[in-house]
Design a protein around this ligand. Structure first.
Ligand code: ADP
Length: 693
């Protein structure tokens, strides 16, 4: 190949290569253009997005700023030394300084009222640990005015998480604090007024009670003298009004004590079975003139003394049974004490008092627990009453930790019930029976006792018992006489009435305890007429040794004497061989309580029993044979108390059972039970007889 040809070929190749390069270039240029276009688009989208977000940010900041501004919160930022690094306008407004005046100043020194610096320092320590809290302190404004602020503080952190200061949100609570202290003042004033009122009510009702007792006592005496029919009628009106007044006053006294919170719920072991029995005796007499059967049931598992307030339980049951008796013309009143649960340490008992009386309309049930409220206006006209009983009952049950429930239907009857918890004393119920002898002998006691009492009837009551027990005594009519007597003579016990003219029992006790006399440390027993024992604490705090609440019974008095008397050889009559004792198979406790050593009286009753009961028994037998079962039940009900009165409790209980099944019309069971009763009666009637042979 010639050189020319080679050259030509080279040239052709170069041309072809260039063409190819041009094609590639053109392609790349197009690609570049496209990419450029895309980038432009992305850029513009990005710009749009940024604009959108900035706008949202501005809006959000505006929103939160306006919230904070409108929230009336003052923001303040400080460094670790409490020096102000930023103050927001509302804070400046709150404290009356401009931001320029505040910057760099120490917040604690400039603003905080001295008394609150310890609180702030405590908060400061927490803040440095990174903890936030809210607290209330007083701040002094620029013009000297003091305001209350609530501060919610939180630590400020740097990028590494170190605490570099704190921010406090201040809220002005001055108005709230002022209102609070005004409220506290008003509350204290109201409480004082209420206390004064309760005190007044309590002393007034107490003062009224004493003369009222005399009025009632004297009226009874006059009533039993030779009066014309007209005079008798007047005396009866007088007596019934005095009785109403007496129960009203004692209700008001109770309410005022409950409201004042001065009632102590006593925790002492007592025999609930005995309590129920004595309630039965009380109501049996009332119900004898009415065709109403009273049935009392107590769970047999309750065989130990329960620990609680016997007086309060008695008052509650007395109120409920009295209401049942009042509002029931005929039919049945039933009292049940059920044992819901029992273990070694505790009883839960349910008390139910139900009757077949007039009932209560459903929408009146809440009303009847309010003070002075009755179910209707006619109730007062027909039945009398004041509407206080249930209010007291509900409150007393509440004090003991229970709540009263009512179910009732008009003209069908009412059931009131409540549940209470009691500690289990573990002491078997029988043990208590040995405790209640009231025949006492104190002739071996060397020193006399001093009775300080202004009321004549009370004087007579206590001195008669002391005479009977051969315990010598002196009498003082008031505090002044008591102080006089204690100066020269040493007493074994001083019985001190609290409310007396000239000088009260408290004042006299104080003098005896603090001046030189031989009775400085003698036992002083407060005699208080307050039925609900609220005076106990007061008596003890005034230096007395114990208290005895009026009206007290011989047993209560003897227990106190035994506790406080100092004697070398105690001698009680129940241990002396020459003293008469009832047969141990009879209810000795009840017989002693009932006849209190009066053998003539006991003999009289036993003889009447021996003469009158056999015909009554015959009568029941005849009625059962004639299938006059309801009437037989009624007779059983009638003669039941007679057996209790001669100490034959088991027969009393069997007759009660007979009454129950006979009223239910169970003829065969009634006859069976009667046979059992008859055998038991024949066995035991001799016991009664032998006691007086
Ligand atoms: P009082 O008996 O003095 O009226 P209470 O507070 O004891 O006061 O009773 C308030 C009212 O509740 C009674 O007036 C009577 O309307 C109604 N009430 C209470 N117990 C019974 C009951 N067992 N049966 C029917 N109504 C009753």
């Amino acid at each position: 190949m010639s050189d020319l040809e080679r050259l030509q070929r080279k040239l052709d190749r170069a041309v072809a290569a260039r063409k190819q390069a041009e094609v590639i270039l053109e392609k790349k240029a197009i690609e570049l253009y496209n990419t450029n276009q895309k980038l432009k688009k992305i850029n513009s989208d990005l710009e749009k997005e940024i604009n959108k977000r900035s706008e949202a940010l501005i809006k959000s900041e505006f929103k939160y700023r306006s919230i904070i501004e409108n929230m009336n919160l003052g923001l303040l930022e400080v460094d670790l030394e409490q020096n102000i690094t930023k103050a927001y306008p509302l804070f400046c407004q709150m404290v009356g300084y401009s931001e320029a005046e505040l910057m760099g100043q120490n917040a604690q020194d400039l603003l905080v009222v001295k008394d609150f610096i310890p609180i702030l320092e405590e908060q400061h320590i927490l803040r440095n640990k990174g903890e936030g809290h809210a607290y209330e302190i007083q701040i002094r404004r620029k013009n000297g005015e003091i305001i209350w602020t609530m501060i919610s503080g939180a630590p400020f952190l740097d990028m590494e998480g170190n605490v570099i200061g704190s921010i406090g949100i201040h809220y002005d609570i001055t108005d709230r604090k002022n209102m609070q202290s005004e409220l506290e003042n008003a509350k204290a004033i109201a409480e004082n007024a209420q206390k004064a009122e309760t005190q007044f009510l309590a002393s007034m009702s107490h003062e009224i009670r004493t003369p009222l007792n005399a009025i009632i006592g004297m009226s009874h005496l006059i009533h039993d003298t030779n009066l014309s029919l007209e005079q008798k009628e007047y005396m009866e009106i007088l007596l019934s009004s005095a009785n109403i007044l007496q129960s009203l006053i004692s209700d008001i006294l109770d309410i005022s004590k409950i409201d004042a919170g001065t009632i102590e719920v006593q925790q002492r072991p007592f025999d609930i079975v005995q309590l129920l029995k004595s309630l039965e005796r009380t109501f049996q007499v009332k119900l004898d003139s009415k065709p109403v059967n009273l049935i009392l049931n107590i769970d047999a598992t309750i065989n130990t003394l329960i620990v609680g307030d016997e007086l309060l339980i008695n008052q509650v049951l007395l109120n409920l049974i009295s209401n049942a008796e009042k509002f029931t013309k005929e039919g049945l009143i039933q009292v049940d004490i059920q044992c819901i649960s029992k273990n070694e340490s505790e009883y839960i008992l349910r008390f139910v008092v139900q009757d077949s009386g007039i009932g209560i309309e459903e929408d009146k049930i809440d009303l009847i627990f309010q003070q002075f409220k009755q179910a209707s206006a006619e109730i007062r006209e027909t039945y009398g009453g004041t509407g206080l009983g249930l209010a007291i009952t509900k409150k007393l049950i509440g004090l003991m930790g229970g709540d009263i429930e009512v179910t009732s239907a008009l003209n069908q009857g009412t059931s009131m019930s409540f549940e209470l918890k009691f500690k289990n004393s573990g002491i078997p119920t029988k043990e208590k029976q040995n405790l209640s002898f009231v025949n006492k002998e104190y002739s071996d006691v060397q020193k006399p006792v001093l009775v300080v009492e202004d009321n004549k009837m009370n004087q007579k009551y206590i001195t008669k018992l002391l005479q009977k027990w051969n315990l010598s005594f002196d009498l003082a009519e008031d505090g002044i006489q008591a102080v006089e007597r204690t100066k020269s003579k040493e007493y074994a016990i001083i019985f001190m009435d609290l409310q007396m003219p000239r000088m009260t029992g408290n004042e006299a006790t104080n003098i005896i305890r603090t001046t030189d006399n031989p009775n400085k440390s003698a036992p002083i027993i407060a005699l208080t007429a307050s039925t609900l024992l609220s005076k106990k604490q007061e008596a003890l705090s005034l230096g007395m040794s114990d208290f005895l609440s009026k009206p007290y019974n011989p047993k209560g008095l003897a227990e106190i004497i035994d506790t406080y008397i100092d004697r070398s050889a105690p001698k009680a009559l129940d241990e002396s061989p020459e003293e008469f004792q009832f047969n141990a198979q009879l209810n000795v406790e009840y017989l002693n309580e009932m006849f209190d050593g009066d053998l003539e009286y006991a003999k009289d009753m036993f003889e009447t029993f021996l003469i009158s009961t056999p015909p009554d028994f015959k009568e029941i037998e005849n009625l059962l044979n004639d299938e006059q079962i309801l009437e037989a039940g009624r007779r059983a009900h009638k003669i039941k108390p007679t057996f209790i009165m001669v100490g034959l409790d088991q027969l009393g209980e069997d007759l009660q059972e007979l009454e129950k099944i006979a009223s239910a019309g169970k003829i065969n069971e009634s006859i069976e039970l009667y046979k059992k009763i008859k055998i038991y009666f024949n066995d035991h009637v001799n016991l009664v007889q032998s006691d007086f042979e």
